[in-house]
Design a protein around this ligand. Structure first.
Ligand code: HSE
Length: 315
């Protein structure tokens, strides 16, 4: 692809499950769907512009400085100083405030697509700080546990934020995820405000032991160990109060044989991990059934761990 005015690309960036129970702000993985689509075109006119947004119910700003896809690529443009401008059309294919990494899917799509258009001057890891700027805009904190896996695919551990140290972890082949998105909205910024700033040492020990167990389970494809480790004793008890039917969904997932179940990102989506696609589907359907008495509609997504991350879409 030649970088010249008029060159266009259409890309997809996947949704993500952040925190994965015990890895608050440290761990996430990508799923196959939903995700965001973005069409990017190089222009003679300098600057970054968003000329169309669909699928957002008119809620996202076209002003590139105020949009997660825009602000990420503006920072990238400042770094790379290309001789072109950029126009983008954002097609939101996932709900806002869902706990599925909606803002980071847009940021990742923009920096990935722009980098492709320019002939890939930066590696995916190098693109992450730019995508994280979208998170800073969206919720005030440049956390990377959504943007990392959406950009790099698979399970990603953020071992350190300063300096940024990002580690890709293995994907056990039979690990499948069910995500139920109840039709309520929780903005990450709000779901972070309810968190306690101080935690008990005894709780911290349980939490980091579970994170170690989960990562060991990923390396050894030990599904039982993964299941035992999917346990968040610090954040889930607080945030689950914001999610209607959380306890019922979790109970239903565990009764159906899921390995574990917790909040996806900052909610309201709830994920279950299971061994095999059928088991994940059973867990997802049981979670949806559990919501019915509450009169709450929901979407169900079943997916293996998405190892690819963003991709170029062909017509
Ligand atoms: N780690 C972030 C949080 C993810 O839990 O606030 C937000 O999707």
């Amino acid at each position: 692809m030649k970088a010249e005015p008029g060159t266009t690309i259409r890309v997809f960036a996947p949704a993500t499950v952040a925190n994965v129970a015990c890895g608050f702000d440290s761990l996430g993985f990508a799923i196959n769907e939903p995700g965001d689509e973005l069409v990017l075109t190089l222009t003679e006119k300098p600057g970054v512009r968003i000329i169309e947004i669909t699928g957002d119910g008119g809620r996202l700003p076209l002003d590139a400085e105020k949009n997660t896809a825009g602000v990420s690529v503006i920072k990238l443009w400042q770094k790379l100083q290309p001789e072109f401008g950029l126009e983008m059309k954002l097609h939101k294919k996932m709900p806002l405030g869902s706990g599925l990494g909606s803002s980071s899917a847009s940021s990742v799509a923009s920096v990935f697509g722009a980098n492709e258009l320019l002939g890939n001057p930066l590696s995916r890891k190098d693109l992450l700080p730019f995508a994280m700027e979208g998170e800073r805009l969206a919720c005030g904190v440049a956390h990377a546990d959504n943007a990392g896996p959406s950009l790099m695919g698979g399970f990603v551990l953020i071992r350190s934020y300063d300096p940024l140290d990002v580690i890709q972890l293995p994907n056990p082949p039979e690990l499948f995820c069910a995500v139920v998105h109840p039709h309520v909205e929780i903005m990450t910024e709000d779901a972070r405000k309810v968190l306690r700033r101080r935690i008990r040492l005894e709780d911290a020990v349980v939490q980091w032991s579970n994170l170690g167990g989960l990562i060991s389970g990923l390396y050894t494809s030990d599904y039982a160990l993964i299941g035992r480790s999917l346990n968040d004793i610090i954040f889930e008890p607080v945030r689950s109060l914001l999610i209607p039917g959380f306890d019922q969904m979790k109970q239903a997932a565990m009764d159906s044989g899921a390995l574990g179940c917790s909040i996806s990102g900052s909610g309201p989506s709830v994920f279950a991990l299971a061994k095999g696609e059928e088991s994940a589907r059973a867990a997802g359907q049981a979670m949806q059934e559990a919501l019915k008495p509450l009169g709450l509609d929901s979407d169900l997504f079943i997916s293996p761990v998405n190892a690819e991350g963003p991709r170029v879409l062909k017509d």
